[in-house]
Design a protein around this ligand. Structure first.
Ligand code: NAP
Length: 482
C-alpha cells in the first residue's frame, strides 16, 4: 500500500459536498475549495421567487441522507439549501472547506496536482474532483441596449431581494424552468407583470403535494418506508420517465405532449392567450417545464404575455418589434446559463502542460462524462455529457463518485500510478455518444441549452441503466494508468 491520497474538491455544491462526505467516511485527506462564503452551489445562488426543484425531493436527496421532513413532493429551494447546510454541519464538513477560495489554476506536475486559489492558498494534491456544476455561469441575452436600462435589472441567479416589487412594473425575459417558476409566484403580486416569451413551452401539470405531519412522522419512524420511496421514485423517474422521453420514437413523448396539450386547452380560457402559449415543436425537445401554477399565473390580473419579438432595451423599458414600449421599473433576465463553461475560467493544465481550455476549444467533452485524456487523476462530477435532462443529478453524482473511488482504491493498493482515459477510448465514446444523441427527442427541431455549437445534444443520450452499468466498474483497458 502506498501512502494515503490527498484530494482537492473544487466546489461545495451538491456534488462537492457528496465527494467530501464520501472521502471523510473513507478516512481520506481532502480540501474543498469554495469561492463563496457558504455551501449550496445552485441552491445558494438561485433564490428567485418560486424556486423549487421539480425533481421529487425524496430522490433529490443523497441516498445516505434521506430526509423524512421534506415539506412537499417537490420542495422549495430554501428548504433544499437548508438540507445541504444541515448535512455539512452535522458531519463537520465545514472544517475541510476553504471559503472565499476560488481556484485559479490546477497544474499536473508529472506526479501530482498543484492547485492555487485566488486567496493565495496553494497546495499539492494526488487527485482533483471538479464539482463546479453545469448551470452556473449566468447567460445574459444578446439584446441591443441591454446596458441602457435605467431601472433595476438582474439575472435570475442574482436575485436582488432589496427591492420591494409590489408597486413595480416588472418584466421577465425567458420562459424556461426558471422564468415559469418566477411567473408562477410573482405574476399578479406586482403593479404590472410582463413575461417576454420568445418560444412557448410545453408545461407538464404536476400537483403540488404537501406532506402531512402524519406522513412525515411515518417517514421519521419507518426508515424502510423512506428507503423504499427513494428507490421506487428513482426507478420511476430515472429509468422510467426521464429515460423514456429520450427516445423520439418511444411514443412516451407523444403521450406527454397530449397531457400537456389537454392541460393547456382546459386551463387557459382566452383563445388568443392559448395560441400564444401553444408550442410548435415536440414535447420534451426542450427540457420539460413542470408546473402547477404557470397557466394560472399568466391569467392573473395586471399580467401580460408578450410574444412580439424584443427589438431592443431602452432606458425606460423593452421595445418590441411592433413599436410598442413596455415601460418597466425592473427587468429580470431569466435567460439561462453558459453551459459550456464548466470549471472555466480556471487554468487547468495536464500532461506536458496541455491546457484544458485548448482541448475544449471547440466544445467540452469527457469520457463517460467524467475524465479527459491527458488529465491524470482529474475527474468531474456532473461534467460534460452527464445525464441532465429530467434525471436526478444527485443520483448521477453518487454513481460517478463510486466509480472514481474504484480507481482511487487501485491507486491506494499501488496497482496504478495514475488514471486518465486513453485518447482512443475517449474518442470512441464521444463518437458513439454523438450518434446516439442525434436520435434523441432533443434533436427533433427546437433550440435549447442541450444543443452544442453544431446543434447536437451534448448530454448523455443513453438510458439511465446504461449509465448505471458504465459506472459499476471502470474498464481499465480504456485508461492509461502508468
Ligand atoms: P433556459 O432553459 O436556458 O431558458 C432561457 C429562456 O430565456 C428561454 O425561454 C429562452 O428563449 C429565453 N431567452 C434567452 N435569450 C433570449 C433573448 N435574447 N430574447 C428572448 N428570450 C431569450 O434557462 P433556465 O430557465 O434558467 O433553465 C435552465 C435549466 O436549469 C433548466 O432547463 C433546468 O435544467 C434547470 N432548472 C431546474 C429547475 C428545477 O426545478 N429543477 C428550476 C430552474 C431551472 P428560447 O426558448 O426561445 O431560447
Amino acid at each position: 500500500m502506498r501512502e494515503e491520497p490527498k484530494f482537492a474538491i473544487i466546489g461545495a455544491g451538491m456534488s462537492g459536498i457528496l465527494a467530501a462526505i464520501r472521502l471523510q467516511e473513507a478516512g481520506i485527506d481532502f480540501t474543498v475549495f469554495e469561492k463563496a462564503d457558504r455551501v449550496g452551489g445552485t441552491w445558494r445562488e438561485n433564490t428567485y421567487p418560486g424556486i423549487a426543484c421539480d425533481v421529487p425531493s425524496h430522490i433529490y436527496s443523497y441516498s445516505f441522507e434521506l430526509n423524512p421532513d421534506w415539506s412537499h413532493f417537490c420542495s422549495p429551494g430554501a428548504e433544499i439549501q437548508q438540507y445541504f447546510e444541515d448535512i455539512v454541519d452535522r458531519r463537520g464538513i465545514d472544517a475541510y472547506i476553504r471559503f472565499g477560495a476560488a481556484v485559479t489554476s490546477a497544474r499536473w506536475n508529472g506526479e501530482a496536482w498543484e492547485v492555487t486559489a485566488a486567496d493565495g492558498y496553494s497546495d499539492t494534491f494526488d487527485w482533483v474532483i471538479a464539482a463546479t456544476g453545469i448551470l452556473h455561469h449566468p447567460k445574459l441575452p444578446d439584446i441591443e441596449g441591454l446596458d441602457s436600462f435605467e431601472g433595476h435589472m438582474w439575472h435570475s441567479a442574482r436575485w436582488n431581494h432589496d427591492i420591494d416589487l409590489s408597486d413595480k412594473r416588472v418584466g421577465v425575459i425567458g420562459t424556461g424552468s426558471t422564468g415559469t417558476q418566477i411567473t408562477g409566484t410573482l405574476a399578479g403580486t406586482v403593479a404590472h407583470y410582463s413575461l417576454f416569451q420568445r418560444t412557448a413551452q410545453w408545461v407538464v401539470p404536476v400537483e403540488q403535494i404537501e406532506y402531512t405531519e402524519e406522513e412525515r412522522e411515518n417517514f421519521r419512524t419507518n426508515g424502510e418506508e423512506l428507503r423504499n420511496l427513494h428507490e421506487t421514485l428513482s426507478k420511476q423517474f430515472n429509468d422510467g420517465f426521464a429515460t423514456s422521453i429520450l427516445d423520439k420514437d418511444s411514443g412516451i413523448s407523444d403521450s406527454i405532449e397530449e397531457n400537456c396539450r389537454n392541460y393547456l386547452e382546459t386551463n387557459v380560457t382566452d383563445p388568443e392567450l392559448r395560441e400564444k402559449l401553444r408550442p410548435t415543436y415536440r414535447a420534451a425537445c426542450k427540457r420539460l417545464v413542470v408546473s402547477h401554477n404557470f397557466y394560472d399565473a399568466v391569467q392573473r390580473e395586471r399580467t401580460e404575455v408578450v410574444t412580439e419579438p424584443i427589438e431592443r432595451i431602452e432606458p425606460s423599458g423593452v421595445r418590441t418589434a411592433d413599436g410598442r414600449l413596455h415601460e418597466l421599473d425592473v427587468l429580470v433576465l431569466a435567460t439561462g446559463f453558459q453551459v459550456d463553461r464548466f470549471m472555466r475560467p480556471m487554468e487547468i493544465s495536464g500532461v506536458d502542460g496541455v491546457l484544458l481550455d485548448d482541448v475544449w476549444s471547440e466544445r467540452p467533452s469527457a469520457y463517460l462524462a467524467l475524465g479527459v485524456h491527458g488529465f491524470p487523476n482529474f475527474f468531474m462530477l456532473n461534467g460534460p455529457n452527464s445525464p441532465v435532462g429530467n434525471f436526478s443529478l444527485i443520483q448521477t453524482a453518487e454513481l460517478q463518485f463510486e466509480y472514481i473511488m474504484q480507481l482511487v482504491e487501485l491507486w491506494r493498493a499501488g496497482q496504478i500510478d495514475f488514471a486518465h482515459p486513453s485518447e482512443a477510448a475517449a474518442q470512441a465514446f464521444e463518437a458513439e455518444r454523438v450518434e446516439a444523441a442525434k436520435g434523441t427527442v432533443w434533436a427533433t427541431g427546437c433550440s435549447s441549452w442541450y444543443l452544442d455549437d453544431r446543434g447536437i445534444p451534448f448530454t448523455w443520450p443513453f438510458a439511465f441503466s446504461r449509465f448505471r452499468d458504465e459506472m459499476a466498474e471502470p474498464k481499465l483497458g480504456d485508461y492509461e494508468t502508468v
